[in-house]
Ligand binder design. Structure first.
Ligand code: ATP
Length: 466
């Protein structure tokens, strides 16, 4: 897709609402900041992305196992991981409206389009330096007011358990899924057949008290993550080779599994200042979203930091004993961590195609990720013979694939609807079908139609998905 044909964020948001991919959360009450619900179509697309992630990184790999840990963990977990002390973003406040903004985002927004700041990395600035930068360049809030000095704002959501509230019953909603992997490391080791190097992967909700708004599902308070901790012995496995192998796997997933074109993807290495102190190397895959190049998927070599921290705070050994040499050591990890909502938004943006020649909008989704693999129509809804035959086809196919039924309006309108929700093919039962057991199958991208035998439909869809 050429860049000038790319959709704006507004166009994507409008399609999502119009066709039932994403709705603002509790909209009847005016919504909730940075919160969205996935509608009938969105929940299918989201589930497809998650299933593909699970299949690719867990099921197809002998060296990976899955996990499903709780959202609320023993709060000491978050003290150990450093989240209670320093999981924060630098915040500035509009002195008149009291609205909060992320200092780094304020600076990034101001620098946009300014050639002299093209290579400037805002993350390299300390909180104090961000304050100085804002003052020096007289950057104002969107309402035109001055900002306060930046302060660190902790992102963890707090809640309490039991009947009594107070320090003792305070718990956090997890800020990432990864720590549940570290706290279960020993249990996985003792209960399964894994040996280093191996990985544990988890899909699940995480929560961050973010203040940024206006980036749709890119940045939300509640979001789903797919995180992997890949454990290894640095004396036996070259971390650089392993890191590069994960880079290839991640990019391969985005391009070949999700079917996203490579031109809007890039690798970005974190600078020394930006990287966490315990990380030896961090790279992000960035995607060119309608609001700029942004982090899609992070890859970090976190050394043995997390296991060591959890060991210190719990007093439990989280060491690994080599089955051959009996050597005891704390494994190191490489962590690929992605937000499923970001994969979802990228997939939609990338698939959005304004087909001007045919005056239509098409979601050119790969059939693997498309919510429905085919639509089944009777040519006319008031002809029981056509409806009956089409229903038989729908019932047969839906046992194997998600397919959608539609009998409303004329065929042209039905095609346009299916194009907008990304259904790769439409199958129509007409009068000829009653005679020759064939149907018309119409391709979403080319709009070409062909006749095929009903008995060949299943094979046709299988080939398409391969
Ligand atoms: P950012 O710099 O964009 O805030 P991050 O570096 O804090 O992201 P990580 O802590 O590395 O993010 O989390 C791993 C992944 O989780 C990110 O690459 C991103 O895809 C996703 N993610 C993080 N925060 C959010 C959020 N608020 N909403 C949606 N996805 C998120």
């Amino acid at each position: 897709m050429s860049n000038n044909n790319r959709p704006t964020l507004e166009e994507v948001v409008a399609l999502c609402k119009r066709r039932g991919f994403v709705f603002p959360t509790s909209e009847i009450y005016g919504g909730l900041t940075s919160s969205y619900d996935y509608g009938p179509l969105g929940s299918e697309l989201l589930r497809n992305i998650k299933d593909l992630w699970w299949k690719e990184f867990i099921n197809l790999r002998p060296d990976m196992v899955g996990l499903d840990s709780q959202i609320m963990l023993n709060p000491e977990t978050w003290v150990a991981s450093g989240h209670v002390g320093s999981f924060s973003d630098p915040m500035v406040v509009d002195v008149k409206t009291n609205k909060r903004y992320r200092a780094d985002h304020v600076i990034e927004g101001w620098m946009e389009g300014k050639e002299e700041f093209k290579d400037f990395v805002v993350e390299d600035l300390s909180t104090q330096e961000m304050g100085q930068f804002i003052k020096e360049h007289k950057i104002l809030s969107p309402e035109g007011h001055e900002f306060s000095e930046p302060k660190e704002f902790n992102l963890l959501f707090e809640t309490s358990i039991g009947a009594v509230t107070g320090e003792k019953s305070k718990v956090y909603l997890r800020g990432e899924t990864a720590q549940g992997i570290f706290t279960n490391f020993k249990q996985v080791l003792n209960s399964s057949r894994v040996q280093l190097p191996f990985g544990i992967g988890q899909l699940g909700k995480s929560f961050r008290n973010e203040v940024t708004t206006g980036q749709f599902v890119f940045r939300t308070l509640e979001f789903e993550q797919g995180e992997i901790e890949y454990f290894f012995d640095p004396e036996k496995t070259d971390w650089k080779e392993l890191f590069e192998e994960w880079q290839r796997k991640m990019m391969d997933f985005v391009i070949n599994t999700l079917g996203v074109s490579g031109e809007n993807l890039r690798w970005r290495q974190h600078t020394d200042k930006e990287r966490s102190f315990y990380s030896k190397e961090t790279y992000d895959i960035d995607y060119h979203f309608p609001f700029g190049w942004k982090e899609l998927w992070g890859l970090a070599y976190r050394t043995d930091y997390d296991l060591t921290q959890q060991m210190k705070h719990s007093g439990e050994s989280l060491e690994y004993t080599d089955p051959h040499t009996q050597k005891r050591m704390i494994p190191h990890v490489i962590e690929p961590a992605v937000g499923i909502g970001r994969l979802f938004l990228m997939t939609l943006v990338d698939a959005y195609w304004k087909d001007e020649e045919n005056n239509r909008i098409v979601l050119k989704l790969h059939p693997r990720v498309a919510p429905y693999k085919a639509a089944v129509f009777p040519l006319l809804k008031n002809k029981p013979e056509l409806v009956g035959k089409a229903k038989d086809i729908f019932n047969d196919l839906s046992r194997k694939y998600p397919v959608i039924w539609d009998e409303r309006g004329n065929i042209g309108k039905r095609y346009l609807y299916q194009d907008e929700i990304g259904t790769p093919v439409c199958i129509t039962v007409d009068f000829e079908s009653l005679e020759d057991e064939s149907v018309t199958i119409r391709n979403r991208d080319t709009t070409k139609q062909e006749r095929i035998k009903i008995t060949q439909l299943e094979e046709y869809l299988a080939n398409m998905l391969d």
